[in-house]
Design a protein around this ligand. Structure first.
Ligand code: PMP
Length: 414
């Protein structure tokens, strides 16, 4: 009798256990369940990206990025990286051996440039003509004491000369195309001035490169970087950068290691085959698919030709500026030759809420334009016409959208 009872208990326990096992395979015992939102697809809308970046990515670049995955040190990947290097040398107009793409956005290149060229206690002079100078100062302050970071507000040559003489900085930072204010800064003569004071000339051309002339070697620029998502029309996430021989002398003969391992140029130069070492060591896993995309975007620039690209951006920007003025809108940058052809700043129309305008244009026309940034926040609307987006057809679309927004958005009496 006892044995019978024990057997029945055992069979009952086994049944419960098998039911439990069964349920476990269907229902997870984990306390955090797979998110419902990930169990269905997310359709990304098509938009005309006329803000200050990212710009639209042409199908050809998207297709390049969708090619099969390769190892980040496979021979073909290395060949693609070498071609990217040649493309950057063309886009920058440089023969610099140390030319590569940082794995990261424009900010990564910005930190790479500053962290490698500056050691604790050394001085940097920064021209502040918008948010990017402020941002460079914020980055540089992380290296040493704030007192070694000096800024110069007026970009005139005499002012720079004065400050170079007074502070004897090892680096002078200048933003070529200030996307927050829409100003293009002249570059000629500054390199020579810096070199007279034994100072490296560092240029941020994230928002301008490919859309307005700049020639790294000819203009005596020692370090220059850009981003992939503006004129180059590649997705964000890789940032071309180049260092002159003078810059290499400084960055490869440091007393201290740069504060970032990830952005240490002695590692990155090897990873990109820019040093004399026979093998490339593993430093990090590069964004292989992004390198395919960047290669394609540089190929498009090579096919178009830099001069043609500069000319088209200038003509399209002038056509846009004329159209804006005919509509009664005011350009934020009054001096014509100081206007950046890639990103236009328009004085925020008086009486309107700029957010309502950008929101209306997005909702009604599926076009992105943006408000101001940093010192221009609340003061301007910003429209980017970069790379494949730099066309008169896009200008017509954005002018129509602006005119319609001014008709339909709320206007208070001013
Ligand atoms: N510098 C300039 C002039 C820029 O316009 C930008 C991007 N708007 C950056 C640097 C930073 O680039 P990212 O957003 O790719 O980090």
């Amino acid at each position: 009798m006892l044995i019978k009872q024990l057997l029945s208990l055992l069979s009952c326990t086994l049944t419960i256990a098998s039911v439990c096992l069964c349920r476990c395979s269907i229902m997870s015992s984990l306390s955090v369940l797979p998110p419902e939102c990930l169990l269905q697809p997310f359709p990304v809308p098509q938009r005309l990206m006329l803000g200050p970046g990212p710009s639209n990515v042409p199908a050809r670049i998207i297709a390049a990025g969708a090619q099969p995955m390769l190892g980040h040190l496979h021979a073909e990947t290395i060949e693609i990286m070498n071609q990217v290097k040649s493309g950057i040398q063309y886009a920058f107009q440089t023969r610099n051996r140390v030319t590569l793409a940082v794995s990261g956005p424009g900010h990564a290149a910005m930190e790479c440039a500053i962290f490698n060229s500056l050691e604790p206690g050394e001085s940097i002079l920064i021209a502040v003509n918008g948010i990017w100078g402020e941002r460079a100062a914020e980055i540089a302050e992380r290296i040493g004491t704030d007192s070694n970071v000096r800024t110069v507000a007026k970009p005139e040559a005499e002012d720079k000369l004065d400050k170079l003489d007074k502070y004897r900085p090892v680096v002078f930072f200048l933003t070529h195309g200030e996307s927050s204010t829409g100003v293009v800064h002249p570059i000629d003569g500054i390199g020579d001035l810096c070199h007279k004071y034994n100072c490296l000339f560092l240029v941020d051309s994230v928002a301008a490169l490919g859309g307005t002339p700049i020639c790294m070697d000819e203009q005596g620029i020692d370090i220059m970087y850009t981003g992939s998502q503006k004129v180059l029309n590649a997705p964000p996430g890789t940032a071309p950068i180049s260092f002159s021989e003078r810059a290499c002398q400084k960055i490869f003969n440091r007393r201290t290691k740069p504060i970032s391992y990830f952005l240490d140029m002695s590692w990155l130069a090897n990873y990109w085959g820019c040093d004399d070492k026979p093998v490339r060591a593993y430093h990090h896993t590069g964004p292989v698919s992004s390198f395919y995309g960047l290669r394609e975007s540089l190929a498009i620039l090579a096919e178009t030709g830099l001069e043609n690209s500069w000319k088209r951006h200038k003509e399209v920007a002038e056509y846009f500026h004329k159209g804006l003025e005919e509509m009664g809108l005011k350009l934020f940058v009054q001096e014509k030759k100081a206007r950046l052809p890639t990103v236009t700043t328009i004085v925020a129309p008086p009486g309107y809420d700029w957010r309502e305008i950008t929101g209306y244009i997005m909702k009604t026309f599926n076009i992105e334009i943006s408000g101001g940034l940093g010192p221009s926040a609340g003061m301007v609307l910003r429209v980017g016409l970069m790379g494949c987006n730099s066309s008169k057809a896009n200008v017509d679309k954005v002018l129509e959208a602006l005119a319609d927004a001014l008709k339909h958005c709320h206007k208070s009496r001013v």
